[in-house]
Design a protein around this ligand. Structure first.
Ligand code: ADP
Length: 543
């Protein structure tokens, strides 16, 4: 057989040749929509590759982006990696010190940024000595006066560059992109993906039992392109020729609903927090919204556990199937996908949703298992819990800058820091992060299960559970609740609701109602902050 490397340039060439007229709809602001095609993405990413060569960018060098989901960011995905440089997507929601740290750690040559991040960049530009220039993702008329050294305009660069470019024949193991984990503790750590790992992951996303993405899909790309490459979906969409709808900076409920309706979206993906906001909007506007215009068939929910309420609402309101998925920056990210098996056909809805709230099964390309603290593999009996480890061709072996293999054990297992159980059919259920699990009287209480049960209450908008030190039980759960706007709820009401859904000894020892909960830069509950905030909280069960 021929030795053809698996390259990101191969994806853009394929989609332009075979699906060149398929639309890319990019929302730059509420009133400014840019419509282009996959064919245009190829032409403009070739212009970009030429422009980068003119700027003397060398293969292997890093190019940072601080950008929303737009067509220009998509062009960077293909142009930067395609010409052999490395696309470093910076999460703009990180703290300024973390952004400085990662841009310097990655030694980025240029930073391509959306104008909405200009002030953020101006404030830190002095601390980025390695950056040679800043490229604003706009045209000349939109370019503001900014105190940034070597400020360039993206559309000018493209206009001046030739659309003729021959992609280099790279080794498929060449680095293509770089993402840093949010680093809730310590500095963020970089994960460097290769062309090969990216193409393999895209392939898996296009399989029916992966994310089932196809040319018949119109994809609303809600997951940010700075969060683990929007879960690989931009590459997978190029592989299969799906239409892409890019929401820009605004992922509020009304905007998402409008995009789903106006662009006939059949597929979407995002973290639970975004969908909770979406349903808050939809449910409070049911009287005026026409839900029959929504054709959304599948939505991937991941990044944190999908609450049962989200799975149910998608089904009830739109007939949408939630594909629950688990992954992390270190696993590219998609590793577990929850699709149904023949044995589940004809199950009552309730039982089917029980399955959908699990994180799913390993897709080909990743091996998953659970281990005891002394490293023994644990049984897949649906009850034994252990630390989940993972290995495979799109799992990190080391963090960027560290020695090869330094992030895994001798058998190449990467420790996920997640605690899970696996049933006899291979369905994995994440019960907690090792550091969030609540250790009560020698047993473990799953904070995720408690949170999901609480979010099932019709008056609850969001919930978090943390373990507080307890003199008798070692730790006991404290429930923090944000109620929906205009609703009021009592401690007894929520506890009695929970008592029908979880074991008695799991019931939180106390409930605190709060206005808002802190989140990480990728929209997950920031439990370190909550533990700090409620460290002195005295549980009523304390003697
Ligand atoms: P961050 O968002 O913190 O930068 P990651 O996206 O890499 O980092 O986070 C990975 C972690 O997110 C996993 O280890 C797991 O704890 C959590 N996670 C991701 N998907 C799920 C899911 N479907 N259910 C439960 N936890 C999840």
């Amino acid at each position: 057989m021929q030795q053809q490397p698996l390259l990101i340039s191969g994806l853009i060439e394929h989609v332009a040749m075979n699906h060149g007229r398929v639309n890319i709809v990019s929302h730059l602001s509420e009133t400014h929509v840019n419509r282009s095609t996959w064919g245009d993405v190829r032409t403009r990413s070739k212009r970009l590759a030429n422009a980068l060569e003119t700027l003397a960018v060398q293969p292997g060098q890093r190019i940072a982006t601080l950008a929303w989901n737009t067509h220009r960011h998509l062009e960077l995905y293909f142009g930067v990696s395609g010409m052999g440089a490395v696309l470093h997507t910076v999460n703009p929601r990180l703290f300024a010190e973390q952004i400085v740290y990662i841009i310097n750690h990655a030694a980025d040559e240029y930073v391509f940024f959306d104008v909405s991040f200009a002030d953020q960049l101006v404030a830190i530009a002095d601390e980025l000595p390695l950056v040679k220039g800043f490229v604003a993702l706009c045209d000349r008329s939109e370019l503001p006066q900014l105190a940034l050294p070597n400020l360039l305009c993206y559309e000018d660069l493209l206009a001046a560059a030739s659309p003729d470019y021959l992609w280099p024949e790279l080794d498929e193991n060449t680095a293509s992109s770089l993402c840093y984990t949010s680093g809730t503790t310590g500095n963020p750590k970089g994960v460097l993906y290769s062309h090969r790992s990216t193409v393999l992951q895209a392939w898996a996303a296009c399989t029916v039992d992966g994310l089932g993405l196809s040319a018949r899909d119109s994809v609303l790309l809600v997951a940010p392109m700075f969060h683990v490459n929007a879960w690989g979906v931009p590459y997978a969409s190029a592989m299969c020729g799906a239409k892409l709808v890019m929401p820009g900076h605004d992922v509020s409920g009304p905007r998402l609903f409008a995009h789903l309706r106006d662009e006939g979206c059949t597929f979407s993906l995002g973290v639970p927090t975004v969908w909770l906001g979406f349903f808050n909007y939809v449910e409070s506007n049911l009287a005026v919204l026409d839900l029959t215009n929504i054709r959304l068939a599948r939505v991937v929910v991941g990044g944190s556990a999908a609450p049962r309420a989200i799975v149910e609402k998608f089904h009830q309101l739109f007939g949408t199937f939630v594909i629950h998925s688990w992954g992390m920056t270190e696993t590219s990210p998609v590793a577990l996908v929850c699709n149904l098996l023949p044995a589940h056909e004809g199950l009552p809805l309730d039982k089917r949703i029980d399955i959908q709230t699990k994180q799913g099964r390993a897709i080909f390309g990743v091996e998953i298992d659970i281990f005891s603290p002394d490293g023994l593999r644990l049984p897949h009996d649906g009850t034994t819990v252990g630390e989940m480890k993972v290995r495979g061709p799109w799992v990190a072996s080391a963090y960027f800058g560290d020695a090869p293999g330094s992030a895994t054990d001798e058998q190449a297992w990467f420790s996920t820091g997640d605690v899970a159980l696996i049933d006899s059919e291979g369905f994995v259920q994440i019960t907690d992060r090792t550091k969030d699990v609540i250790k009560s009287g020698g047993e473990w209480i799953s904070s995720i299960d408690l949170e999901n049960a609480a979010v099932g209450h019709p008056k609850v908008s969001e919930a978090a559970v943390i373990g507080l030190a307890h003199s008798k039980w070692q730790e006991r759960p404290l429930l923090l609740v944000v109620t929906k706007p205009g609703e009021s709820l009592t401690r007894d009401e929520i506890l009695s609701f929970l008592s029908e859904r979880v074991a008695r000894w799991w019931l939180p020892d106390d409930v605190v109602f709060v206005d808002a909960l802190p989140h990480t830069a990728t929209g997950k509950l920031l439990k370190t902050k909550l533990r700090e905030q409620f460290r002195e909280h005295r549980l009523p069960t304390e003697v």
